[in-house]
Design a protein around this ligand. Structure first.
Ligand code: GRF
Length: 205
């Protein structure tokens, strides 16, 4: 039996972070394996990336007038058929209900393109650029009931230069994201991540 951490990745869009995890798994750089990819968006490139990598993938679209709770119930039903140990949100553009978050307490992580707690929510890179920060970055965190407020697992930084545009900044943050997300998953897979209140400690060896 494989001793790899079984994960599901939820992604709504282009799925470049998903790809970084697919690649890290394929190169055996991380002790994890993607059991499935789920998207809420028809035609999401993330689904195609999963398909091309031979990973099970599912489109779970919100029905018109379906409540968040009912949608999340369907999501849970699917996830619970998959025998999963960790859920990774990688550009999943839906807010999840408190029920969902409680059910997967400590088993749900997200990647966010800012140095939290600054610039939560949408367009974090633009928020940081417009604010005029000198240092920007990205964060992988456990998900709690707030918006991008959960305990921080890893962060990485980049310097903002005077030549940067919003686009160049976002592109350099994204490169860091592609390193940070697989690294965080691997730390969890290796049982090196401990949560105490809202503080995360990492075992170094
Ligand atoms: C990333 O910037 C991620 O931090 C944010 O959504 C974006 C998803 O990009 N949560 P991609 O779909 O992984 O390329």
């Amino acid at each position: 039996m494989s001793n790899k951490l079984k994960i599901v990745v939820l992604a709504s869009g282009r799925g470049s972070n998903l790809q970084s995890v697919i690649d890290a798994c394929a190169r055996n750089q991380i002790k994890a394996q993607i059991e499935a990819v789920i998207s809420d968006k028809e035609g999401a490139y993330a689904l195609q990336r999963a398909e091309e990598a031979g990973i099970k993938n599912f489109l779970i679209k919100k029905h018109k007038e379906e409540s968040r709770l009912d949608y999340d119930k369907r999501l849970i039903e699917k996830i619970d058929t998959l025998n999963i140990e960790l859920i990774v949100l990688a550009g999943f553009m839906r807010l999840l209900s408190a029920d969902f978050i409680k059910k997967y307490d400590r088993k749900l992580i997200n990647i966010h393109p800012s140095l939290l707690p600054a610039f939560t929510g949408l367009n974090a890179q633009k928020q940081a650029f417009d604010y005029g920060v000198k240092v920007a970055g990205c964060t992988v965190h456990f998900v709690d009931e707030g918006c991008d407020t959960g305990p921080i697992i890893l962060q990485d930084t980049i310097k903002v230069t005077e030549d940067d545009s919003e686009e160049s900044l976002a592109a350099r943050i994204l490169e860091k994201e592609h390193q940070l997300l697989p690294k965080a998953i691997d730390l969890i897979a290796q049982k090196k991540v401990f949560l105490n209140g809202r503080k995360v400690t990492l075992k170094s060896s």
